[in-house]
Design a protein around this ligand. Structure first.
Ligand SMILES: Nc1ncnc2c1ncn2[C@@H]1O[C@H](COP(=O)(O)OP(=O)(O)O)[C@@H](O)[C@H]1O
Ligand SMILES: [Mg+2]
Length: 252
């Protein structure tokens, strides 16, 4: 197994509130890793810190062998680490295709200079087709976000992250608001990603989804890891049952 992501003692504080308290986590190439915990446990802050949105975090993050410490968000994205947002942030006045194009293109200074010398075909066309097919959005490409179902909008948020052909996608509650059938279909799509060279960190409250698709799961509470292991180990873990599920057994 090749190590893709190595997070050591990640720490995020908002003033006196410590949202992420020295969390260490690894993801190997081809893995789907879950991160679960109650509301306010620090999951979104963890993702924010990994993608450069919280510059003054503590700890170290190594991605594909290179340090991400002190890199700005756009540099982190360019290295192949993308995220989705808890609230889908699509551009409402752009079609789904255009939303994906904006994500796929993001020109660098070098590519803009190269285009001046020798204009190229629109970039990212193949990547957009690939991402939209993976997310079952081919029929929705020319529609506007307001014309989509909630489930399709969530998928468009995922497709937008995929359109940059990332090595790792951090997904913040991608299945929130999906019905059971949509969630099962989404899980199947997730499982296909490692075959396309994309690994996943999945944050979600849908326990059937997380326990069903993840290779390993980390559980955090009050900013700290309280358990980690395979879905079977997590299902049986007393601290998880107590802290996360209020004493109820984890079904699924
Ligand atoms: N921008 C912020 N400013 C101050 N406190 C915040 C901010 N964002 C999150 N928090 C606090 O940090 C903790 C973790 O929040 P968050 O990372 O959103 O948790 P989760 O995603 O697991 O629900 C919570 O106590 C939350 O109130
Ligand atoms: Mg959150």
């Amino acid at each position: 197994m090749t190590r893709l992501l190595d997070v050591t003692d990640l720490r995020v504080a908002y003033g006196a509130v410590v949202a992420v308290d020295n969390v260490s986590l690894t993801i190997d190439e081809g893995e789907i890793v879950g991160l679960i915990g109650p509301n306010g446990a620090g999951k979104s802050s963890f993702i924010d810190a990994l993608t450069g949105a919280i510059p003054n975090r503590g700890g170290s993050v190594v991605f594909e062998g290179g340090s991400l410490d002190r890199l700005a968000s756009h540099s982190i994205a360019r290295r192949g680490l993308m995220r989705t947002f808890q609230s889908v942030e699509l551009f409402d006045d752009l079609t789904v295709r255009e939303n994906l194009q904006v994500a796929a293109e993001q020109p660098t200074l070098l590519s803009m200079l190269a285009d001046l010398v020798r204009p190229s075909k629109p970039k990212g066309v193949d990547d957009i087709a690939w991402a939209s097919t993976l997310c079952d959005l081919d029929d929705a490409l020319d529609r506007f976000p307001s014309e989509l179902s909630h489930g399709q909008r969530k998928l468009a948020g995922v497709a937008r992250a995929l359109a940059k052909r990332p090595r790792l996608v951090l997904m913040d509650e991608p299945a929130a608001g999906l019905d059971t059938d949509e969630s099962i279909a989404f899980g199947q799509r997730l499982r296909s990603l490692p075959g396309h060279g994309v690994s996943v960190l999945l944050v979600d409250h849908d326990m059937e989804l997380v326990l069903g698709v993840c290779d390993r799961i980390y559980v955090i509470d009050f900013g700290s890891v309280i358990a980690s292991g395979t879905p079977d180990e997590i299902r049986k873990n007393d601290r998880v049952i107590e802290a996360y599920l209020g004493g109820h057994d984890v079904k699924a």
